[in-house]
Design a protein around this ligand. Structure first.
Ligand SMILES: Cc1cc2nc3c(=O)[nH]c(=O)nc-3n(C[C@H](O)[C@H](O)[C@H](O)COP(=O)(O)OP(=O)(O)OC[C@H]3O[C@@H](n4cnc5c(N)ncnc54)[C@H](O)[C@@H]3O)c2cc1C
Length: 472
């Protein structure tokens, strides 16, 4: 009888690595292993360093509001290398009629913004008087926003925000799954403005009681947190975790099949003999997990496969400062679908993190595609490039070709929490629960941000530790 190992984590993205951390597998690995299909760790996290540019392939940071992520960073000894977004990158812009407009963050700014018509502005101010919808049925992000702040503001602010975070379409994505806090604000306080006022009052009370002024929340990252990374790029996090878990990591080991044999899980990867584990954690995209489980539990495989993913293309460009007219004081801009442009938005990377471009140069990262434009994957490098030039150059006053370009195509880049996501997730959890020792973790369930992945991995580690690693 082949020996049975303690456990296997499948997937070496942030979810799998964070799980290894929370399980304490650096100090006490037992006979746990982590198998990763590709020849590197990190999944969508990666950084290229060339010609003085440091370019993130996918995510460029995390919001500093999640204590568990900060705890993880601390525990792996990286706290001193954290780099918060620059204060000068606080302003954000939205494109309308070929111009960049600052996002109005205050009532006076809403009154004067060129982004909305007078009636659209009035409609925003009516938000506190809109009756709350308290039933728990699903609602799209767009419908929620249109109902509370009006259609114009939903198209101008919420639609591009959803493209920016999820690469998704606001009319298709589920509000309670994507932005549960907004749903809570309506249910608990009766509306967004009422909730904000109540929260501000509570904060003041807490401040008065403790005597300690609270840190400003809502900053260069937008509301509720500051974008944070590491000085030379986000892959620092993955590299450090790779060092800590080196003894248990096996790269270039794509899992093909999982099945139950007696009391253990038999896992087969390309080019290896099948191995046996007491516990298996799927920390890979759901479409990959579905392929592994297809023969063993077709129903679970179908449920996993029902979570759609959107493609996203990141085009990073480096420019000489003197070739750009715009002052670039800000975070970047988003483009509402109503503007009929192909780019979703552009981040001014070197305004946010100064060391990402050599002195006298600037870096931008522009996103295209998303669920609303999957055919972007068919564009050649040259076509992508022409699109960016046509759409970005007039907005920023770019007068010459970039000196540096990198293109990253993510075919199934970001899971989409479309309407019905809660039911799809519950079904996966219910079907997986039939199999002792089999669990799922990752960005397809409770949030796509790095913080969400770290948090879900923490919750799962607690469950595993409670059941003492070996299922009954
Ligand atoms: C362009 C882009 C920009 C983003 N920007 C941000 C941002 O700024 N901030 C933020 O918080 N989040 C951002 N995100 C989201 C965030 O990056 C992801 O949600 C998160 O990194 C997902 O981590 P994960 O470990 O769950 O999955 P993944 O990173 O997808 O990792 C899964 C791993 O499983 C492996 N795998 C797949 N199949 C197999 C197999 N058969 N056997 C073994 N291993 C397998 C894969 O190779 C991969 O390494 C962005 C995402 C994208 C695509």
């Amino acid at each position: 009888m082949p020996s049975t190992h303690d456990g296997l984590i499948i997937g070496g993205g942030i979810s799998g690595l964070a799980l290894a951390h929370w399980l304490g597998l650096d100090a006490n690995p037992g006979s746990w292993e982590l198998w990763e299909a590709s020849d590197r760790l990190g999944g969508t996290i990666g950084t290229d360093r060339t010609d003085g540019y440091s370019v993130d392939w996918g995510p460029n940071g995390f919001l500093d509001r999640e204590p568990l992520t900060l705890q993880l960073v601390d525990e792996i000894g990286l706290r001193g290398m954290l780099e918060p977004a620059n204060d000068q990158s606080e302003a954000r812009f939205i494109v309308k009629n070929g111009r960049l407009h600052p996002v109005p963050f205050s009532p006076p700014a809403i009154l004067t913004t060129g982004l909305l018509s007078p009636s659209e502005k009035l409609r925003i101010f009516a938000e506190p008087f809109i009756r709350a919808r308290r039933d728990d049925s699903d609602e799209s992000v767009f419908d929620f926003a249109a109902r509370r702040i009006g259609r114009g503001a939903a198209e101008t602010f919420v639609d591009p925000m959803v493209s920016g975070v999820y690469g998704g379409v606001a009319k298709e994505l589920s509000l309670p799954s994507c932005f549960p806090i907004m749903r809570e604000m309506e249910v608990e306080y009766g509306g967004l403005v009422r909730a904000m006022i109540a929260k501000m009052r509570q904060k003041k009370r807490e401040q008065r009681a403790s005597g300690v002024p609270k840190k400003k929340s809502g900053s260069a990252a937008g509301p509720g947190g500051r974008l944070t990374s590491f000085r030379s790029g986000l892959d620092v996090l993955v590299t450090r975790m790779g060092e800590r878990f080196r003894p248990i990591i096996h790269l270039s080991r794509p899992v093909q099949r999982i099945t139950r044999v007696g009391d253990s899980w038999q896992v087969t990867a390309a080019g290896c003999e099948p191995r046996h584990f007491s516990r298996v954690i799927l920390a890979c995209p759901t479409f990959a997990a579905a392929r592994m489980l297809h023969e063993f539990d077709r129903e679970l495989a179908v449920a996993l496969d029902a979570i759609p993913y959107a493609p996203i293309v990141v085009v990073a460009t480096g420019h000489k400062r003197e070739d750009i007219t715009h002052d670039l004081n800000g975070f970047g801009f988003l483009i509402p679908r109503t503007q009929r442009m192909r780019c979703l938005g552009s981040i001014w990377t070197s305004s946010i993190f100064a060391e990402r471009a050599p002195s006298g140069h600037r870096q931008f990262r522009t996103m295209l595609g998303g669920a609303g434009d999957p055919s972007v994957l068919d564009l050649t490098d040259d076509q992508l490039w022409q699109t960016i030039r046509r759409e970005l150059d007039p907005l920023l006053g770019i007068k010459a070709n970039p000196v540096f370009t990198r293109i990253y195509r993510w075919q199934q880049g970001i899971p989409q929490y479309t309407l019905g996501h809660r039911e799809r997730r519950a079904k996966i959890e219910q079907l997986a629960a039939r199999h002792p020792g089999l669990s799922v973790v990752g960005n397809a369930f409770y949030g796509v941000g790095l913080n969400d992945c770290v948090k879900m991995a923490h919750r799962l580690a607690q469950v595993i530790q409670k059941t003492n690693a070996v299922p009954a």
